[in-house]
Design a protein around this ligand. Structure first.
Ligand SMILES: C[S@@+](CC[C@H](N)C(=O)[O-])C[C@H]1O[C@@H](n2cnc3c(N)ncnc32)[C@H](O)[C@@H]1O
Length: 292
């Protein structure tokens, strides 16, 4: 038995762990994870003013967003969030994590440690309200519910940053984006994480293979189509236009497709009323030719 194993065994013997009922063990684990979270909140309070890199903070907080053998989202997030580090922002993350006895909250700890002046909202389908702190609100929200999302936006929005790290089902990712994009401030960033599920046809995921026409209904397929709408003011007719995509496209500064992650930045000011009622010069020339 190595040193740590020996210490654990000694500690378990001391508290009579093996004689405890399963319910007492579960309660013990829960208390341990809450203590761990609270310890990290305290560390976050001490370090949040330091100019630490976001990748470092995510890794040290145990967030699965940036680990040596896991996702490497830290560099991508840095691109969008570094400019906000010392700003008084509102950040929303959908999906708090934690399975079994664990309550999760590693990414909440990372945001607390990185943004000294942020008001953070974490929400989850499960009740994680035990993770609330003075600067972090916790809501129980089902991201597939329009009523839940509307209440969330009303109570805690508008947001400078919205991160969807929830169910990872395409239908939820698209619905949540369409519902919450209006709750993002001008110039704010909306991130959809773990979009590899768009390609997953196994285990209950709603992905499909890219040669299937239904791929257009996956998260990646839907956002790839949305990218075509960024130049909506060049459209020459309203044939086949999706009104939802047109509505959000008016507010988009840029869309970026990264490995397993999509980021949409809202423009600083929405572009004018939908311009497709106005024919572009090429269309005018064609229609003039037809009339002649
Ligand atoms: C991948 S984990 C989130 C990890 C966390 N964001 C982090 O970085 O540490 C996904 C979370 O989404 C939650 N979730 C699943 N379906 C959801 C839904 N319909 N609405 C809200 N949250 C959901 C799960 O309970 C789980 O806690």
């Amino acid at each position: 038995m190595n040193g740590t194993g020996g210490l654990k065994a000694a500690f378990k013997a001391m508290i009579g762990w093996n004689r405890l009922s399963e319910a007492r063990k579960a309660a013990g684990w829960r208390r341990y994870y809450v203590w761990l979270y609270r310890r990290n909140v305290a560390i976050a309070t001490l370090v949040c003013l330091l100019p630490l890199s976001l990748s470092y903070v995510l890794r040290k907080s145990g967030s699965d967003k940036h680990q040596i053998n896991g996702h490497r989202y830290g560099h991508l997030y840095s691109r969008y969030l570094t400019r906000l580090k010392y700003r008084r922002i509102r950040l929303l993350e959908i999906g708090i994590g934690g399975y079994g006895f664990a309550l999760g909250g590693q990414s909440l700890n990372a945001w607390q440690a990185y943004f000294p002046f942020a008001r953070i909202t974490g929400c989850d389908l499960e009740d994680k309200r035990g993770l609330a702190t003075p600067g972090t609100r916790i809501r129980q929200v089902d991201q597939s519910s329009a009523a839940d999302l509307a209440l969330l936006a009303r109570q805690d929005g508008p947001f400078d940053v919205i991160i969807d790290d929830g169910s990872h089902l395409s239908r939820h990712q698209i619905f949540t984006f369409l519902t919450l994009f209006d709750a993002l401030v001008d110039g704010g960033v909306y991130v959809v994480e773990d979009v590899m599920s768009s390609y997953w046809t196994f285990g209950g995921w709603d992905g499909v293979h890219i040669d299937d026409p239904a791929f257009a209904r996956t998260c990646v397929g839907w956002f790839a189509d949305l990218a075509r709408y960024v130049n909506f003011d060049e459209f020459e007719s309203d044939r086949g236009i999706d009104p939802d995509k047109l509505r959000v496209a008016r507010q988009i500064g840029h869309i970026s497709f990264e490995k397993n992650l999509i980021a949409v930045q809202k423009s600083l000011a929405p572009r004018g009323e939908v311009a497709i009622t106005r024919l572009r010069p090429a269309a005018l020339a064609r229609s003039a030719g037809t009339a002649a």
